[in-house]
Design a protein around this ligand. Structure first.
Ligand code: ATP
Ligand code: MG
Length: 140
């Protein structure tokens, strides 16, 4: 499998509980390298733009309010099959369904406040990385 990059977000429920280091360690233990990282506070408009594919979903307001409710840490993860590997480390969207040892099983509070975001395909990863980072900020 090829070396890929994917976009990861450590969400406000996790930054609030001081879990950024524990979550980053899960990625690194799985062989993913953090090649870019910054802590930012999204505006509601930026959160709406980032999650615009979900604009018609009933939870869109709740999701974008939450994503703008506190700092997030955005990261670019690199490694073999990084998109899928990251999603395996994250676990299922709903922590009740997440496999033991995954980030969401260990840390997520609910289906909405589920500690991490990860891109779902290489194409969306490229778009999401460009949303947050310039090429100069990616240091492999
Ligand atoms: P993400 O895109 O954040 O990595 P995901 O791909 O596992 O998560 P999506 O279906 O893309 O899940 O949903 C995006 C986000 O919207 C979820 O991570 C969660 O924060 C929120 N969400 C999804 N379903 C619900 C729901 N039923 N109620 C509240 N929030 C939800
Ligand atoms: Mg998704």
């Amino acid at each position: 499998m090829a070396i890929e990059r994917t976009l990861s977000i450590i969400k406000p429920d996790a930054t609030r509980r001081n879990l950024t280091g524990k979550i980053a360690a899960k990625f690194e233990e799985a062989g993913l390298r953090i090649v870019a990282q910054k802590r930012i506070l999204l505006t509601r408009a930026q959160a709406e733009k980032f999650y615009e594919v979900h604009a018609a979903r009933p939870f869109f307001g709740e999701l974008t309010d939450f994503m703008a409710s506190g700092p997030v840490v955005v990261q670019v993860l690199e490694g073999e099959g990084a998109v899928l590997k990251n999603r395996e480390v994250m676990g299922a969207t709903n922590p009740k369904d997440a496999a033991p040892g995954t980030i969401r099983a260990e840390f997520a509070e609910s289906v909405g406040e589920n500690s991490v975001h990860g891109s779902d395909a290489p194409e969306t990863a490229a778009q999401e990385i460009a949303f947050f980072f310039s090429g100069l900020e990616l240091v492999g």
